[in-house]
Design a protein around this ligand. Structure first.
Ligand code: PMP
Length: 457
């Protein structure tokens, strides 16, 4: 209820104060490092948003191995953030480290296919079902290229996304649905065009809105995460994906599935487990064990149309697809190591077993503290949602969310030695997490909930 929520928020705000002090007390060297000023990084950090974490300043990491982070003050954290999925299989998986070590003789980048290329292409096709693949450096890039191909082969201009989506630094997708209108996202910097001209945003799980948006037959592509993971966690209603596929096919609209986060589901992602049959697919983040590489795949029909469009072009180059370091020897070597030896059935079995344990433990702690919260899950990814029922769209997700409670949870857990994903209540489980560490996480979560509800330990 809203009464419960405002009481919790008041206590969370008080908790945040003390947790911030505790965080800083334990990090004199980190504080001193951040206090240095002068030329260097803008805002003192390599990415400006690193300052947005709930701690008074970000920890500075000395080492990351498996699920253990050690900061420059010697504090150790068990990592359930895992670089927001970039390190989903643990920090520095052994086969990937070996591939990197071999790079000394095999080179890093040549602008030519390496001897791993053929095998990697086949591995991608076998694992993810789509027959034709290309590489990029980030999931953002891969989405941009896949959208470009969708427009090129359909001749359509418009893109459809779901309200609350995030697909990376891709301007076409950085929109919000406000009072029924699609507008540029509030915090987006430096975009002077009205993004609502070519992008349509509709609520997830809304079959009527989908049918109506597709009816004009001017949408080149629907870009969707199969489970929305960037606005709390929004699960698809039973049957929603069937409708999405049926309606997109009927409208001649391509379906681009972004598996960057839902690769937590299993070895072939959510699409393979649930038989989604996308025309295009994107994956990034953990696919190369943490080095900058992403992959995007096409159906035979899309690939054939792309050949036709390419033949009609004059000359070569500047297609708007690809970057110099994409498809490099080092990407291919790490991808191969990851696909063959890291993203294995056994790794996913361990991840799912640990996630089962955490899900059960979190639900028990929530119930024991009389909280009206749910735990949503897609394989090794769990999200605590401050709502008595699972949320169905971004409006419900935003209503359930609370920055203050989320931040208090995050920082209290961090001070107990467990790093959750910031800007979420998200727990990602790596195969390197032991059962004991999973139990420790549940214990810490229960202790923090106790403090949040009763105001003491
Ligand atoms: N797709 C999804 C679903 C994401 O969550 C993200 C990043 N959070 C991206 C794409 C973009 O990934 P990157 O920042 O590595 O380009």
């Amino acid at each position: 209820t809203s009464g419960q929520k405002s009481e919790l928020e008041a206590r969370a705000a008080a908790m945040l104060e003390t947790e911030r002090e505790l965080f800083a007390e334990r990090r004199p060297r980190t504080a001193a490092a951040h206090a240095q000023s002068g030329p260097g990084f803008f805002d003192g950090v390599p990415q400006h948003w690193m300052l947005d974490w709930p701690s008074p300043f970000p920890p500075i990491i000395e080492t990351a191995a498996g699920v253990t982070l050690t900061d420059i003050d010697g504090n150790r954290l068990t990592d359930l953030c895992l670089g927001d999925t970039g390190a989903m299989f643990g920090h520095g998986p052994e086969p990937v480290l070996r591939a990197l070590a071999n790079a000394g003789t095999r080179g890093l980048t040549t602008m030519l296919p390496s001897s791993d290329a053929h095998s990697v292409g086949k591995l991608l096709a076998e694992r993810f079902g789509l027959p034709q693949w290309q590489l990029a450096a980030t999931a953002s890039d891969a989405n941009r290229f896949a959208i470009r191909v969708a427009r090129a082969v359909t001749g359509g201009a418009k893109l459809l996304v779901f309200d609350g989506c995030y697909h990376g630094a891709v301007d076409d997708t950085l929109v919000d649905l406000v009072d029924g209108r699609t507008v540029s996202r509030r915090n987006l910097l430096g975009q002077v065009r009205d993004l609502g001209e070519l992008t349509v945003s509709i609520p997830f799980n809304d079959e009527a809105a989908l049918a109506s948006a597709l009816a004009a037959n001017d949408i080149a592509c629907v870009l969707a995460e199969p489970v929305m993971t960037n606005c709390g966690m929004i699960l698809p209603d039973p049957g929603f994906h069937d409708v999405l596929r049926r309606l997109t096919r009927a409208a001649g609209t391509l379906l681009l599935i972004d598996e960057t986060h839902t690769i937590s589901t299993g070895p072939g992602g959510y699409s393979r487990k649930h038989g989604l049959e996308p025309d295009l697919m994107v994956m990034g983040k953990p696919i190369g064990g943490g080095i900058p590489v992403s992959v995007w795949g096409m159906s035979e029909a899309v690939a054939e149309s792309l050949h036709v469009v390419r033949r009609e072009q004059s000359g070569h180059g500047h297609s708007g697809i690809g970057t110099t370091l994409s498809g490099s020897a080092i990407q291919l070597a790490c991808l191969r190591a990851c696909l063959e030896e890291v993203m294995t059935d056994a790794a996913y079995e361990t991840m799912n077993a640990r996630a089962d344990r955490i899900e059960a433990g979190f639900k028990a702690a929530i119930a024991a503290n009389g909280l009206e919260w749910t735990v949503s899950r897609v394989g090794a990814r769990l999200e605590v949602v401050f709502s008595p029922h699972t949320v169905r769209n971004a409006v419900e997700a935003r209503l359930a969310a609370s920055d203050t409670i989320e931040q208090a949870l995050h920082l209290s857990m961090l001070n107990l030695g467990y790093l959750l994903t910031p800007f979420h209540n998200m727990v990602l489980v790596s195969p390197a997490l032991t059962a004991g560490e999973a139990d420790g996480l549940v214990e810490a979560f229960a202790a923090v909930l106790g403090r949040l509800v009763k105001g003491k330990d």
